[in-house]
Design a protein around this ligand. Structure first.
Ligand code: GDP
Length: 526
């Protein structure tokens, strides 16, 4: 096997999807702990706090008590190298999460046993389904009273339309929570509550009929035996092909805060989750084992290091390898650049990377030339697609306080839209600048950054726009007619694509009725 093949087969690149409060942050901490990336749990939040202290932009995060940014963490586990792509918890930044999901090879779904399937999880699952992303499921908080395990699995199957294959099964719950039974190895892992950062092991009992089970579990041993017969009869057996195809999710139970059930999860994750697979480009599928380097940018983050006012473009390596100092082609602008100082994200410490392999994420310093969705190669004209932009639902007209700052404003607004922070629309009929966002906090971030980074004080006024649709039409003549008749409501986005800005839903409905040969897209793929 070549080094490239060996390295790529070790890679597991994933993100955690969950509804807020299900335990994503807690589980992330524990996973890092198992990876030896941090000594003490609690440091994920700790690290966030440390970053806050050094970043004035992130003051905004602190004031609001939310996490706007997402980061990448890499840690070794056994023979594997795990890349965990963190995503913002707040739904106003869900676009960022959706784009991050295009850069992973699998996902881990965390569900609170008391709450079952919640609304954000449904939305995120829909996004995963667009690419048939394989999903492992962790049902969390078994140390608390929750709902019946079978009921929760039924709900996952019904609402999320994915088969559940239990891999571990909980013994009791809340005060009666005694541990998990591992169906694959016919063994029980007894629960020992623990806090802090130690990895302590509870007792392991081999065999469900082992008398030791009755000794330590009492009546619950027989209850488990009966329940397991029921579960094995009624649920789907583990089928890794179905998992890889996104049709089945292997399910684990545990308690993230007690670090229980996490080892089983992580062991199975590195065994089952796929390494990087071939990816589509507009031209052809690219195999990760191809020697020439390729990758795409799924996220741009500003001011990770405020001392340098820098922007970092997060690039997912798709094939070949990155070597420090290599030349790569920025396909969209047709330029070759030399990259001496890409950043890697080992346990979130920014370090300069010597090499990176398929599945890894590297950070490129961006001085305004890199946009979300950009492809980099070693010369070949390739374009990775599939990065979604969503039609915004919120709109503001930007009004400048000091008219002399117009140029700076334009520059700022365009760059923010290239980073995917907000979207910009310029109506055909006048010189207005309309910002569009999916979540209201995006405007706060935009206003803050315009002032902080571009020295522009701007007011955000309500705009008479209810929703937006990208407009396409196969017939250029019809499109011209459409443009003429709808001039008042048309605009160009940051990429000069034609957009219909509807003052009301009714306007949109009418336009659709009158111009049936025009397509109105609520999502645009880059
Ligand atoms: P996130 O919003 O998904 O990142 O959730 P967090 O990891 O911040 O957890 C939300 C809350 O649930 C916190 O108060 C955690 O301490 C708590 N929590 C997380 N895991 C568990 C668990 O296994 N058991 C219990 N009882 N609480 C948990």
């Amino acid at each position: 096997m070549s080094e490239l093949q060996e390295q790529l087969h070790r890679r597991r690149t994933f993100a955690i999807i969950s509804h807020p409060d299900a335990g994503k942050t807690t589980l992330t901490e524990k996973l890092l702990l198992f990876g030896g990336a941090i000594q003490l749990a609690g440091t994920v939040k700790g690290r966030k706090a440390a970053r806050h202290a050094t970043s004035d932009w992130m003051e905004l995060e602190k004031e609001r008590g939310i996490s706007v940014t997402s980061s990448v963490m890499q840690f070794p586990y056994g023979e594997s190298i795990v890349n965990l792509l963190d995503t913002p918890g707040h739904q106003d930044f869900s676009e960022d999460t959706y784009r991050t999901l295009t850069a992973v090879d699998s996902a881990l779904m965390v569900i609170d046993v008391a709450k079952g399937v919640e609304e954000r999880t449904i939305k995120l699952m829909e996004v995963c389904r667009l690419r048939d992303t394989p999903i492992l499921t962790f049902i969390n908080k078994l140390d608390r009273e929750g709902r019946d395990a079978i009921e929760v699995l039924d709900e996952v199957e019904d609402i999320l339309k994915i088969q559940c294959a239990p891999v571990t099964w909980p013994i009791g719950m809340g005060k009666r929570f005694k541990g998990v039974y591992d169906l694959r190895f016919d063994r029980t892992h007894l629960f020992s509550a623990q806090h802090g950062g130690r990895i302590a092991e509870g007792e392991i009992i081999q065999g469900i009929d082992n008398p030791r089970m009755d000794e330590v579990l009492g009546d619950q041993a027989d209850e488990l035996r009966v329940e397991m017969e029921l579960v094995q009869g009624a649920s789907h057996p583990l089928d890794l092909d179905a998992y890889i195809a996104g049709r089945q999710t292997p399910v684990f139970f545990g308690s993230a805060i007690n670090n229980f059930g996490v080892r089983e999860l992580l062991d199975a994750f590195v065994e089952y989750a796929p390494p990087p697979r071939p990816r589509a480009t507009l031209q052809r599928p690219v195999d990760p084992a191809e020697e020439p380097f390729t990758g795409f940018v799924f996220k741009i983050q500003a001011n990770m290091d405020p001392a340098h006012r820098d922007r970092v473009a997060f690039l997912r390596v798709c094939s070949g390898s990155y070597k420090k100092g290599m030349k790569m082609r920025h396909v969209r602008i047709g330029k070759t650049i030399q990259v001496a100082n890409a950043i890697t994200f080992q346990a979130d410490e920014r370090r300069h990377v010597e090499e990176a392999w398929p599945g890894d994420i590297i950070g490129l310093h961006n001085h305004g030339t890199i946009q979300i969705g950009d492809t980099f190669s070693e010369g070949e004209e390739l374009k990775y697609g599939g990065i979604p932009y969503f039609a915004p639902e919120l709109f503001r007209r930007v009004v400048l306080k000091d008219p002399l700052r117009m140029k700076a404003l334009q520059k700022g607004v365009v760059q923010l839209s290239e980073e995917g922070a907000t979207q910009v629309f310029r109506p055909l009929k006048n010189n207005d600048m309309i910002l569009g966002a999916v979540g209201i906090l995006q405007f706060d971030v935009a206003a803050y950054r315009l002032k902080d980074e571009y020295g522009v004080e701007a007011l955000f006024e309500p705009a008479n726009v209810k929703t937006a649709r990208w407009v396409v039409c196969e017939d250029p003549k019809r499109l011209e007619q459409f443009k003429e008749k709808n001039y008042e409501n048309l605009a160009l986005d940051g990429d000069d694509q034609l957009v219909y800005l509807a003052p009301t839903r009714v306007n949109l409905d009418l336009a659709q009725e009158r111009w049936p040969d025009v397509r109105y897209l609520a999502t645009r793929e880059l």
